[in-house]
Design a protein around this ligand. Structure first.
Ligand SMILES: Cc1cc2nc3c(=O)[nH]c(=O)nc-3n(C[C@H](O)[C@H](O)[C@H](O)COP(=O)(O)OP(=O)(O)OC[C@H]3O[C@@H](n4cnc5c(N)ncnc54)[C@H](O)[C@@H]3O)c2cc1C
Length: 418
């Protein structure tokens, strides 16, 4: 059969993180010919490989909250705290910070919460559809996720919980006694907590990503390990993607390069204020008995997830851009925090730095480019990009196919920054 008859049009997807792979898989299922491009092998280094593995459909309350402006200075000054700055990067990030502060009003916070909730609510059913076609046994657990805190942190928790109540998110307040019953090995430093019973976690995000990628290949998808350098357009608006090795022309293309997407959108005069919140992980092997589900200690902004590699300790929001090397100080901070909760932990392994792609209003960009109708975006999912992989893939593939999503997608459009 001639290629044109066998397939709908050909689509190029840039970035083989969870966004790019889910988009590619959904497109190929709709009959498109898909070429996925990434400068690395999938699931080697990306945020989609090293994250905390939470599927967090409850997490609609954003970081852009009025109270964060009051809390941020003490968080920054605390040596055990969740946020840090690379001072040399601060001048570059000032425009982002100013936009972030503007978005910390109650009205803007509620706008973000509403539109995050719209897609978070569909996140798990969308994964379930994809998981019907791969074997995830032993890789996905449904034990909920526990957040806990000390007295110092109570006020902002009340705000979060009341918004979630309004949105109808399932949450179960926990007394210290109940936390101890659920996770008896954690040192009893907490004064309260909450269980999100609808949350799940994966014991190996990289493995799930690879299984979805393999399914894409099995269905006839094509992968090119090449670095995308530029995107240009023919007179009929077809995108031409130039890599370090080749040049490709597609009917349509998608940018899904996570925190690195701005390098491409800047060339297209889009002015999308994407930046990164750097985060880290380390592993402690042979301590699996200490924890049965993911936990997050809110005062110190880090979490621990039981994974195939051991206990994965994950956290830190470090504002420092894409270029700077990993910070030994932030790694040490994670080690000390983990040992604070579990004094029996000994040597750690695997120091990893990853890049959360974050916009100052804490909504992702999902949709067509402002200037080019055959170019689509899916990036900026910040702390929730793993959770939102399957649903974003569905939305973008529907848009490309010209199918209705029955969702109000205006809040995710890149034109909101114009
Ligand atoms: C420490 C940490 C913990 C996290 N925990 C969670 C969690 O528990 N739950 C959750 O939902 N989310 C979590 N996240 C967020 C989540 O991991 C990210 O939002 C998500 O993985 C982003 O996926 P992505 O596909 O957009 O980008 P990525 O996974 O970063 O993939 C982008 C891909 O694009 C490729 N690329 C970039 N530029 C180019 C180019 N020019 N040419 C070719 N290829 C290119 C890269 O090589 C990469 O493979 C966490 C993030 C971090 C850092």
């Amino acid at each position: 059969m001639k290629e044109e008859l066998k397939y709908k049009s050909s689509i190029g997807v840039i970035g083989a993180g969870i966004q790019g792979v889910c988009i590619s898989l959904n497109l190929i299922k709709k009959g498109f010919k898909v070429t996925l491009l990434d400068r690395d092998e999938p699931a080697k280094q990306s945020a989609s490989y090293g994250n905390a593995g939470h599927f967090s459909p409850y997490a609609s309350v954003p970081m852009n909250r009025p109270d964060i402006l009051v809390d941020a200075p003490s968080m920054l000054l605390s040596s055990t705290g969740p946020i840090s700055l690379r001072w040399s990067y601060v001048p570059k990030m000032i425009p982002w910070f100013l936009k972030f502060v503007k978005n910390c009003s109650k009205k803007n916070m509620m706008h973000t919460a509403k539109y995050m909730h719209q897609i978070l609510d569909l996140a798990l059913p969308s994964y379930d559809e994809l998981f019907q076609e791969i074997d995830v046994s032993g890789l996905v657990e449904s034990k909920g996720i526990i957040y806990f805190w000390t007295k110092k942190d109570l006020k902002s928790r009340e705000l979060e919980m009341s918004i979630r109540r309004e949105l109808g998110v399932k949450q179960q307040l926990l007394t210290p006694h109940e936390i101890h019953d659920l996770e008896p090995h954690i040192k009893k430093i907490y004064h309260g907590g909450v269980l999100y019973p609808g949350a799940r976690h994966t014991t190996n995000p990289g493995k799930i990503l690879l299984k979805l990628y393999d399914l894409f290949l099995k269905k006839g998808g094509c992968f090119k390990r090449e670095n995308v350098e530029t995107i240009n357009f023919l007179s009929d608006n077809k995108p031409i993607i130039k890599t370090n090795l080749n040049s490709y022309t597609f009917a349509k293309a998608v940018v899904a390069c996570g925190a690195f997407s701005k390098k491409l959108t800047d060339q297209l005069d889009e002015k999308i204020p994407l930046d990164t919140e750097r985060g880290y992980h380390i592993h402690f092997k042979d301590h699996d008995h200490l924890l049965s589900r993911p936990v997050i200690f809110l005062n110190r902004g880090f979490g621990i997830t039981p994974m195939e590699q051991g206990l994965r300790v994950v956290g830190t929001v470090e504002f420092g851009g894409l270029g700077a090397p990993a910070s030994k100080k932030r790694i040490l901070n994670l080690v000390n925090n983990a040992k604070y909760l579990f004094p029996e932990l000994t040597k750690h392994y695997d120091e990893w730095l990853g890049f959360r792609p974050t916009l100052p209003d804490y909504l992702p960009v999902i949709g067509p480019s402002k200037n080019y109708k055959n170019l689509f975006y899916s990036f900026g999912h910040h702390h929730l990009g793993w959770t939102l992989g399957a649903i974003s893939g569905k939305i973008v593939s529907n848009m490309i196919a010209g199918e209705n999503t029955n969702l109000d997608l205006s809040a995710y459009n890149s034109t909101r920054f114009s």
